[in-house]
Ligand binder design. Structure first.
Ligand code: SAM
Length: 355
């Protein structure tokens, strides 16, 4: 066998990039600590602070906080002012790191890779055996991280942009219709819609008991009970008929039989009803998805989405980068005839589906 000719510049460039990825893993732990200990919140809007001042504001030990601050300054998360030996969190970075309600708040997202590491043994077994791993088998940080990651995007876009992009749906919601949120997870999407449209009734369905429990707790905390309910039910046979709107938020591609779920939606929909399909942003061809967003989704899909679909029998394992053509095919096979993309964000594509 011929030994390959090594281009040392390419080697160095790729090794440095791979080290950068390892550094990102370290950074995730620092971000999680900064968020859980309230370090970012203590710095948001405060201007330059010394390590002692940051530590004092959070009730933490100064020596640990100083080292954390230096790691954050080295990574460009904070600015270090050498003259005054102080650290500053800019307004833009505070939106990403300190403001839970900002659409670009990131810290909760680090729960997902934390769970992926904790569950690595499950993935190793699954890759070797070909067996599935159900959503509920994962470390609890998985469902919490996914729910929190999408929640802020839903807050920013669902009611102001995505629902108005669907033909006539907002006026139906205002008048009062039945709505199903299939695979509702922690129920953030269901809650947002129930708050915005008090005349409509919202049913969140999911097969994961812990997620239904979390959804009910979120509804109780928001003081909402009259127009929404969360129940354990499968995408292929949840109860109810004549839904004016059936939603799949980041769920269709996780199902073991998405065509059967689309068929059930066709049966459960009112004659003038609409399906709202929210899926991870993807193009149709692999070579079009070779981007940082594709990198994130293909990785998550390897251990979560494909693994769950396989655990449900895996009749059609779409994966998180299915792309519009394959999604459309699922609904056309189920008897729908109209499928169009109505909105997109860097992380999601939003489709309207009708009979
Ligand atoms: C990626 S999570 C999305 C959760 C939520 N819709 C969101 O956007 O945050 C996928 C959800 O689908 C649920 N799920 C998986 N298979 C299901 C099935 N066959 N029927 C109903 N829900 C299912 C999982 O339990 C999980 O809560």
């Amino acid at each position: 066998m011929q030994s390959p000719v090594i281009d040392s510049a390419k080697l160095e460039a790729f090794a440095m990039r791979a080290i950068g990825d390892v550094t990102a893993g370290y950074t995730g732990v620092m971000v999680s600590l900064g968020s859980k200990l309230g370090l970012y919140r203590a710095m948001a809007g405060a201007g330059p602070l010394s390590a002692k001042e940051v530590a004092g504001r959070c009730g933490c030990a100064e020596r640990y906080v100083r080292e954390w601050l230096n790691s954050q300054a080295a990574g460009g998360y904070l600015v270090y002012h050498a003259g005054s030996d102080t650290y500053e969190l800019s307004g833009e970075h505070a939106l990403v790191l300190a403001d839970e309600d900002s659409p670009c708040f990131i810290p909760h997202a680090w729960n997902v890779p934390a769970a992926m590491w904790a569950d690595e043994h499950l993935a190793i077994d699954a890759f070797r055996s070909g067996d599935g791993v159900a959503w509920g088998e994962h470390d609890a940080r998985m469902s919490c991280g996914v729910a929190a990651f999408y929640r802020n995007g839903y807050r920013a876009s669902l009611v102001p942009q995505w629902l108005p992009a669907l033909d006539g749906v907002v006026s139906q919601l205002e008048a009062g219709i039945e709505v199903a949120d299939v695979g509702c997870g922690h129920g953030h999407s269901t809650l947002l819609m129930a708050q915005a449209f008090p005349n409509s009734h919202f049913s969140g369905f999911d097969t994961h008991a812990a997620s239904i429990g979390a959804a009910r707790a979120h509804a109780a905390a928001a003081g909402l009970s009259s127009n929404l309910a969360f129940s354990l039910a499968r995408a292929v046979d949840y109860p109810g008929q004549r839904y004016g709107l059936i939603c799949f938020f980041d769920t269709l591609h996780d199902l073991g039989d998405p065509v059967a779920a689309a068929r059930h939606a066709a049966d459960a929909l009112a004659p003038d009803g609409t399906v709202l399909l929210v899926e991870p942003f993807a193009h149709d061809r692999i070579e079009q998805n070779l981007s940082p967003v594709g990198q994130l989704y293909y990785a998550g899909s390897s251990v979560m989405c494909c693994a769950h679909a396989i655990s449900e029998g895996g009749k059609l394992v779409l994966g998180a980068q299915a792309g519009p053509k394959r999604l459309e095919e699922v609904f056309f096979r189920a008897g729908f005839t109209r499928f169009r993309c109505v909105a997109e964000t860097p992380f999601n594509r939003i489709f309207e589906v009708r009979r």
